[in-house]
Design a protein around this ligand. Structure first.
Ligand code: NAD
Length: 347
C-alpha cells in the first residue's frame, strides 16, 4: 500500500490548480487529482508538474465523478487521508437553464464522493462552497450564521451538498470537514512576486465564457473585448456600483492548507467564510485595471442584472480566529495585475 495522499477533485481547474500548487510548494504531500477536463485543462496539469519540486508528487487521473465504479476503483487503489473537493459546474445563468445538470454534478456527485470517503476511511474533507448560498443576504458583512437563501440552482446545489456533508459527519465521528464559502475569487499565481512589475503567473483563470468582473476587465484591457459594461450604477453605494469582496486566488488556496492543518490538529468540523472582509466597487476595480494596464478601455453603462445585491462582503473573523488564516495579497492592484499578466499569456 502506498503512503496516504490527498485527493483533489477538480485540480485541473482554476482554484483547484492553485491549491495543488500550494500543496506541492509548501508541503511534502503527494496529490492525486481527479478531473474530467470539462472546464479544467491539461496545460494546468503540465504547469503543476513543472512546479512540483520532485517527480511523482502528482498523480493525474482523467475521470468523471459521475462514473461511480471508476471513482470507487480509484479509492480502492489509493490510500487517501484527505479530500479537497472542487469539481463542480459553476455558471449561475446555466444553472437556471439547466438545473438538473447542477444537482447531478454538484449535489449527487458530491454525495457519492462522501459515501466513498466514508467507506474508505478518508477522515477529512474540505469542500468548495460559495457566498451564493446566502442569496441576497439579510445583513452585511455576511457572517456564517447569516440566513442561507440561495436564489439560483447553483447556490442551492452547493447548500444541499453542505447539508449532506454535515449530516454524514454527524453520523461518523471519524469524518470531519471544513466547508469554505468563497466570496469573489480573482487573480492568478503570484509565483513569489512581491512587486507589481515582477508578477509572472504560471497558472490562472482560463474558463472561456467567464462572467467574472476582473477577468473581463483584463480581457478588455488587452483588446480581447472591444468594451465592457457596468451593470447598474444606481445601487446604494458611494459610487452607485455594486461592491464585492474580491479575494486573491493564492490567499484562497492558503485558506485550504490552513483548514487542512486545522482539521489535522483536531479542529472541529465547521463552516467558514473566505474573503477579505471588505470590498471594492465595480468602478474601483475598473479604475485599478486601467491603472495597472495603462489602457483607458471603453466602459459602458448597462441596467442592473436580476439578483445582484448592492454589497456582498464577508465577515472573515471566524476563519482568521479559528483556523489562523492570514491573507498575503489583500491588495486590489496585485489581484488585477496578476489577472492581467495571466490573461496576456492566454491565446
Ligand atoms: N470561481 C469562483 O469565483 C468561485 C466562487 C465560489 C465557489 N467556487 C467553487 O470553487 C470550485 C472550483 O471552481 P473554479 O472556479 O476553479 O472552476 P473550474 O471550472 O475552473 O474548476 C472546476 C473543475 O472541476 C472539473 N469537473 C467538473 N465536473 C467534474 C466531474 N463531474 N468530474 C470530474 N471533474 C469535474 C472541471 O474540469 C474543472 O477542472 C467549484 O466547486 C466552485 O463552485 C468558485
Amino acid at each position: 500500500m502506498r503512503e496516504p495522499s490527498i485527493l483533489v477533485t477538480g485540480g485541473a481547474g482554476y482554484i483547484g490548480s492553485h491549491v495543488v500548487k500550494e500543496l506541492l510548494e509548501r508541503t511534502d504531500r503527494t496529490v492525486t487529482i481527479i478531473d474530467n477536463l470539462s472546464t479544467g485543462t491539461r496545460e494546468r496539469i503540465a504547469a503543476l508538474e513543472t512546479i512540483a519540486p520532485q517527480p511523482g508528487r502528482i498523480d493525474f487521473i482523467e475521470a468523471d465523478l459521475a462514473d461511480f465504479a471508476r471513482i470507487e476503483s480509484i479509492f480502492r487503489a489509493h490510500r487517501f487521508d484527505a479530500l479537497i473537493h472542487f469539481a463542480a459546474s459553476i455558471v449561475v445563468p446555466e444553472s437556471v437553464q439547466n438545473p438538473l445538470k447542477y444537482y447531478m454534478n454538484n449535489t449527487v456527485n458530491t454525495t457519492n464522493l462522501i459515501r466513498l470517503a466514508n467507506e474508505y476511511g478518508v477522515g477529512r474533507m474540505i469542500f468548495s462552497s460559495t457566498a451564493a448560498v446566502y442569496g441576497e443576504p439579510e445583513e452585511v458583512p455576511v457572517k456564517e450564521t447569516t440566513k442561507t437563501a440561495p436564489i439560483n440552482p447553483y447556490g442551492m446545489s452547493k447548500l444541499m451538498s453542505e447539508r449532506i456533508i454535515r449530516d454524514a459527519a454527524a453520523a461518523n465521528d471519524r469524518f470531519r470537514y471544513a466547508i469554505l464559502r468563497y466570496f469573489n475569487v480573482a487573480g492568478a499565481d503570484m509565483n513569489g512576486a512581491e512587486a507589481l512589475e515582477a508578477i509572472d503567473p504560471r497558472i490562472g483563470q482560463s474558463f472561456p465564457d467567464a462572467t467574472h468582473l476582473i477577468k473581463i476587465a483584463a480581457e478588455t484591457a488587452l483588446g480581447k473585448r472591444p468594451k465592457m459594461a457596468i451593470f447598474g450604477d444606481d445601487f446604494k453605494t458611494p459610487d452607485g456600483t455594486g461592491i464585492r469582496d474580491y479575494i486573491h486566488v493564492d490567499d484562497l488556496a492558503d485558506a485550504h492548507l490552513a483548514a487542512l492543518e486545522y482539521l489535522q490538529r483536531g479542529g472541529a468540523s465547521d463552516i467558514f467564510n473566505v474573503g477579505y472582509g471588505h470590498g471594492y466597487s465595480v468602478r474601483e476595480v475598473i479604475d485599478v485595471m486601467k491603472r495597472v494596464s495603462g489602457v483607458d478601455f471603453v466602459v459602458e453603462q448597462a441596467p442592473r442584472r436580476a439578483g445582484d445585491p448592492a454589497v456582498l462582503v464577508s465577515d472573515n473573523e471566524k476563519i482568521r480566529r479559528t483556523v489562523g488564516w492570514e491573507p498575503r495579497y489583500d491588495d486590489l492592484a496585485k489581484i488585477c495585475k496578476s489577472a492581467l499578466e495571466w490573461e496576456r499569456k492566454l491565446p
